[in-house]
Design a protein. Sequence first.
Length: 258
Amino acid sequence: MATDRADVDRVRVLKAPEMLAAKVREQILSGELKDGDKLPAEAILVERFAVSRPTVREAYRILESENLLTINRGARGGAVVHAPDSRLVSRYLLMVLQAENATIAEIYQARSAFEPALARLVAEQRKPDAIKSLRACIGIAREAVGDPDAFSRAVTDFHRTMVVASGNRPLLHLFDALYHIILQHQAAVVSRSHREAAKSTVMRDSARGIRSYETLLAHIENGAAAEAESHWHAHMETAGRVWIEGYEQTTLLELERG
């Protein structure tokens, strides 16, 4: 009878270097080992964990490949601990999406799926700091109308501020992975509007977007969670059509290349 590959993976026994790397990784993730700490000398680890020097060095290589250690050579060298860096997650996720030819349209589909739910969460929480930050973003957007680069950044930052306010860290990492792409794309769309549309039209559309932000903020201030979610779902649907028009099949890599 054939053995299922998943079963083989489940019963695979960790090798000594992987086991040692797992122990050190757990100490880093739990905060027992902090950013900038130095691991004990190799000889001490050999004695403490009853392993060989090659095992310690291979464990170092595993952790170094995960950016959790830096190995400094020489008499005053050693293994220096690094806390996990969310920027590495963002960069790698973006590269994966670029390699898979993900499109701008897919990015807005994803955002439309999770941002309304986060708007509801922010309204349920009604945190004063979150309300203050969102109000400040609206003020910046209002002042930036007429400046394509500044306005597109203000729009992107309003959305990111709402994600931050929700407290949902997985979705914040996702948004941060896409931040540069979203900003770059929206700047291109706003610049196109300034070139092709009458100034009065651009100002009208910008003002409409800001009023929508103000409506969301009012729902959040009132703790009207269902209304906040419903409004933001409608906003993302309407705004998405504007942002995506002409970029339906544009991939993230194509946008990055300009």
